[in-house]
Ligand binder design. Structure first.
Ligand code: KG4
Length: 366
């Protein structure tokens, strides 16, 4: 590892929801990315904000300490501290924000606020060190050879538990949402439908897993007809629910477990059909936007970008339309501080710092 003197060293802290994470970038190269996920929410079927804030309080010191140690730096080497200012759960954001402020004051270094959603998009610019890549299989490039980073402009499909957006990315610091969901997010649709099937939270990964053994054409669910580049998933959710309700009635049973005994492969086929419908809805609008705006580079980001069918749809899209597609390594699909650190690094190079009295925000646009 090279000596730290005279280098640009950025520490980033991410605490917007239920993952406490810290990362360090040295001269543009990611040296560490530590994530403590909170298991406490599993038994409640969703994130409990009060418990999330408490767990962040417990995790933040060891997580930051580990990130600095793994990067081979100390607090006194830092050039600046980046933190997620929002959107997210306010109590969770306050933990990371307050910690970042305290450390920045103690070290007399600048503070950089980062929008969480912009962070997800900036994950496509993270350059992990060779040591970190070798130690972290989920940091390996997805599907073969690493591509160079996207060049501007490109379109990014940002899909998570709270957002489904098409973002026109014109520069590191210039992004425009050109389409977004008018009701539920794609991840929310996965999670809610999974809950109806009696699957654990979060349901998205379970749907992905079961869908592998199911027939994607078995249940034709409703697709929205929305103008422009916007999305809607509430109709699909209702269609999913009504399909199950009608089958319960038809078979004269009251529970999904009883229905699954009567209908072979019920859960697998429902998951495969749901997943295929969500992916089709997402890709159609992305294709429309790319075609109409004449853009041949498309990226995907956010928690739902871990979905195997969506990843495959991006690969197919690239082949079919001769487009460059950018799919993040698995480590960068869930919330992580590496992406916040990358956004913070760009802001540092621009001298774009924030005041010590800035406060977090729960909701915001890019
Ligand atoms: O970006 P993210 O980690 O945070 C929130 O927005 O909360 O996204 C979480 C979402 C959840 O809805 C989860 O079910 C979904 O991403 N997700 C998936 C998969 N992995 C995570 N959805 C479908 N397939 C997956 N493999």
């Amino acid at each position: 590892m090279q000596p730290i003197m005279e280098k640009t060293v950025i520490l980033a802290i991410e605490s917007s929801c239920d993952d406490t994470s810290a990362a360090v970038i040295v001269d543009g190269v990611l040296r560490s990315n530590v994530i403590a996920s909170q298991k406490v929410h599993e038994e409640y079927g969703g994130v409990v904000p009060e418990l999330a804030s408490r767990a962040h309080q417990q995790n933040i010191v060891p997580v930051v300490d580990t990130a600095l140690r793994r990067a081979g730096v100390t607090a006194s080497d830092l050039s600046a501290i980046a933190f997620t200012r929002g959107p997210g759960l306010l109590g969770s954001l306050l933990v990371g924000t307050s910690f970042a402020k305290g450390l920045a004051l103690a070290q007399s270094i600048p503070l950089i606020d980062v929008n969480h959603l912009q962070g997800h998009i900036m994950a496509h610019f993270v350059e992990p060190s060779e040591e970190l890549k070798a130690a972290t299989p989920s940091l390996q490039p997805f599907a073969g050879e690493p591509l160079p980073h996207p060049s501007f402009p490109f379109l990014c499909l940002l899909v998570s538990g709270g957002n489904s957006q098409i973002v026109l990315v014109k520069a590191y610091n210039d992004m425009q949402i050109i389409g977004q969901t008018i009701d539920d997010a794609a991840g929310e649709a996965f999670d809610k439908c999974a809950k109806v099937l009696g699957l654990p939270y979060p349901g998205g990964p379970w749907i992905d897993k079961l869908a592998k053994q199911g027939d994607p054409a078995k249940y034709p669910f409703a697709k929205p007809n929305i103008a422009g580049y916007d999305y809607s998933f509430s109709g699909l959710k209702t269609s999913f629910l009504y399909t199950l309700r009608d089958m319960l009635k038809e078979y004269g049973v009251e529970t999904i477990d009883a229905l699954a005994e009567q209908v072979p492969n019920l859960r697998e086929d429902m998951c495969a059909s749901l997943q295929a419908t969500v992916v089709d809805i997402l890709m159609r609008k992305l294709r429309k936007a790319a075609k109409e705006l004449g853009i041949d580079q498309v990226a995907v980001a956010g928690g739902v970008s871990a979905n195997s069918a969506l990843r495959q749809a991006f690969i197919d899209y690239g082949k079919r339309y001769r487009a460059k597609v950018f799919i993040p390594p698995f480590s960068f699909t869930t919330d992580n501080a590496a992406m916040i650190c990358q956004a913070g690094y760009f802001k540092y190079l621009d001298g774009d710092f924030c005041a010590i009295d800035e406060v977090p925000y729960a909701k915001t646009q890019i």
